[in-house]
Design a protein around this ligand. Structure first.
Ligand code: B12
Ligand code: SF4
Length: 501
């Protein structure tokens, strides 16, 4: 039985201009390989002709089962388009989609795109294994936990929650050999060296209202042990010469021992690799005595979701730390010569102009990297359900759910365009300051490179676009699905037109 896993063609994020093979896909593939399946993988974003190559491959190989991965809400239409395309050229293939967004919105996904036969809800390894075995043996699929589908009558069926894998150490190393590790897009251009995005834990034990990860993993956190993390990092250095990493774990050090073990392992291995980790203000304070160790082990920056400068907003989004803790955590990181990246959320309902000026004053004093986001009601989160009920969601085009587009108005800005302008204005005020421009000459090579890259490439491109209307950056091989179909002279069915716009 042949199984093809597809990461559909996506538009690379303008801000990062980086691509990475999905850690979730590589993990799934390694698991299926160990279970003895005949697997193949296509990370379409990297192909010269993403849609055309996908069509050709499926037409030629006609895999029995095709898996489609959609990890971000912003990618859901790409996934649906890929499903429609492969179903059209290989109608006998069974299509199963997995990932965060379809898990949360299984019924909507199945109804919006009838080319998708099944949705895998939640973690994929065990569900997909049982699903493929059952298809092979023509067994009843309704007994497999974690599956959603529409039955013959068109009713939505969900087979029930699959328990999470207890111990992540039982998983094999991600199947890097199936990724195009030498492709020029697989890089972190802002970091200046051969980089990669990785993932070593799942979930988070906090419950911020806007967070899809905490919702997906039901407020649980599991981790791979530091020894296996270090094995993977060393392997990536030796085999693929990767030396700088964004570690995608939402909260790296939920338990202190994870940091202790990581530091010990990396100091032992001496791989000369560097890491960007994510944590919380309260955990940075808790582990202050480990900060020097983190730095010596190669960590150069912590990203913290500090979100806002007011306790009432923090309370409202259930951040569960205070502004004072945010300030202290930033000071501690500085004191221990670690860079501070803060992800911040603006666009709150009661926000005023005065709030925003306080916001800038508070954060610009400390942060090296300013991760400004617009609060986004990601489907599946408590914020989403609440905002939906209150009727505040004004943009239902999921492509815009990337934290850079306004989705909801505020009390003072009725139109999304006004909220978008507010966002741009804060970015301008933050970046076009002498102090920020001085970072272009910073003695810290990572900070200097990052700023040169960001200001001369990304910010410059955005500014030229806004002033002169020059095109925004897009990866050279990018093609919209609609254009692909139109190029072939196809008449688009109405429902496809909405999805492929
Ligand atoms: C790697 C990553 C990326 C990569 C994407 C690479 C790729 N090829 O898709 C990059 C760096 C490019 C990226 C970009 C963005 N990302 Co991102 N990213 C991640 C990250 C760090 C890791 C994902 C991961 O591997 N998780 C671990 C694996 C095990 O979980 P998983 O992917 O969900 O896969 C499991 C299941 O979902 C399921 N599954 C998945 N696919 C399939 C397929 C089948 C067939 C089956 C059966 C099962 C299945 O099984 C897997 C194994 O159990 C997560 C944060 C996190 N910690 O998860 C954010 C995350 C996914 N990203 C997010 C966002 C918002 C974005 C951006 C839109 C904007 C932004 N602010 O970052 C941009 C995208 C814009 C763009 N055009 O590029 C959000 C998504 C929220 C949402 N619901 O939309 C997350 C959750 C971060 C967050 N907390 O906000 N990202
Ligand atoms: S601390 Fe971060 S990862 Fe955890 S729930 Fe809050 S936003 Fe999500």
């Amino acid at each position: 039985m042949r199984f093809l896993l597809i990461d559909p063609p996506h538009k690379i994020w303008t801000i990062l201009r980086a691509w990475t093979p999905s850690p979730g896909c590589l993990q799934l593939l390694a698991y299926l390989k160990r279970e003895g399946f005949d697997i193949d993988y296509m990370d379409c974003t990297l192909n010269e002709n993403p849609w055309g190559d996908l069509e050709e491959k499926v037409r030629r190989e006609k895999p029995e089962v095709i898996g489609i991965s959609v990890i971000c809400t912003a990618f859901i239409y790409d996934g649906m388009n890929a499903a429609s395309l492969v179903k059209a050229v290989s109608p006998q293939s069974t299509i199963i989609m997995g990932g965060e967004h379809p898990s949360f919105m299984a019924e909507e996904t199945l109804r919006d795109c009838t080319a998708i036969d099944y949705v895998c809800v939640g973690e994929g390894e065990v569900t997909l294994t049982q699903f493929l075995r059952a298809i092979e043996k023509k067994e009843d699929l309704s007994k497999i936990l974690g599956l959603a589908y529409l039955n013959e009558k068109g009713d939505f069926v969900y087979t029930g929650d699959r328990p999470f894998i207890e111990n992540l150490d039982t998983l094999p190393m991600p199947a890097y050999h199936l990724a195009q590790m030498d492709h020029p897009y697989i890089e972190l251009p802002s970091e200046g060296r051969r980089g990669l995005v990785l993932n070593f834990s799942r979930g988070c034990t906090w419950d911020c209202t806007f967070c899809s990860e905490s919702a997906f993993y039901k407020k649980t956190w599991r981790r791979r042990s530091p020894k296996l993390i270090a094995d993977e990092l060393q392997f990536l250095k030796e085999k693929y010469n990767r030396s700088i990493f964004y570690v995608g774990d939402n909260t790296f050090n939920v338990v202190r021992e994870q940091g202790v073990g990581f530091i010990e392992e990396m100091l032992k291995r001496k791989t000369n690799q560097h890491f960007w980790l994510q944590s919380r203000a309260d955990l940075i304070i808790r582990d202050e005595d480990l900060l020097d160790g983190y730095r010596e082990a190669g960590v150069y920056q912590f990203m913290m979701g500090l979100e806002y400068h007011s306790d009432s907003v923090l309370k409202d989004i259930r951040k569960r730390h205070s502004v004072e803790q945010a300030r202290k955590a930033m000071e501690l990181l500085k004191k221990h010569k670690l860079m501070v990246m803060a992800t911040l959320l603006i666009g709150h309902w009661n926000e005023t102009k005065e709030d925003r000026s306080q916001f800038l004053k508070f954060f610009r004093k400390y942060v090296d990297h300013f991760g400004l986001n617009l609060i986004t009601p990601l489907p599946g989160t408590p914020l989403f359900w609440k905002m939906k009920e209150m009727g505040r969601i004004m943009d239902w085009d999921y492509r815009n759910y990337d934290y850079l587009h306004a989705i909801m108005p505020t009390r003072e800005a009725d139109y999304l365009e006004q909220v978008n302008l507010i966002y741009k204005d804060i970015m301008r005020q933050y970046y076009w300051r002498p102090r920020e421009l001085l970072k272009l000459l910073s003695p810290n090579p990572i900070l200097r490179h990052h700023h040169r890259y960001y200001i001369t490439q990304v910010a410059f491109n955005i500014m030229m676009h806004e002033i002169f209307g020059t095109p925004m950056w897009v990866q050279p091989n990018y093609q919209e699905y609609k254009d692909y179909l139109v190029d072939r002279g196809e008449e688009l069915p109405k429902e496809l037109m909405t999805l492929s716009k």
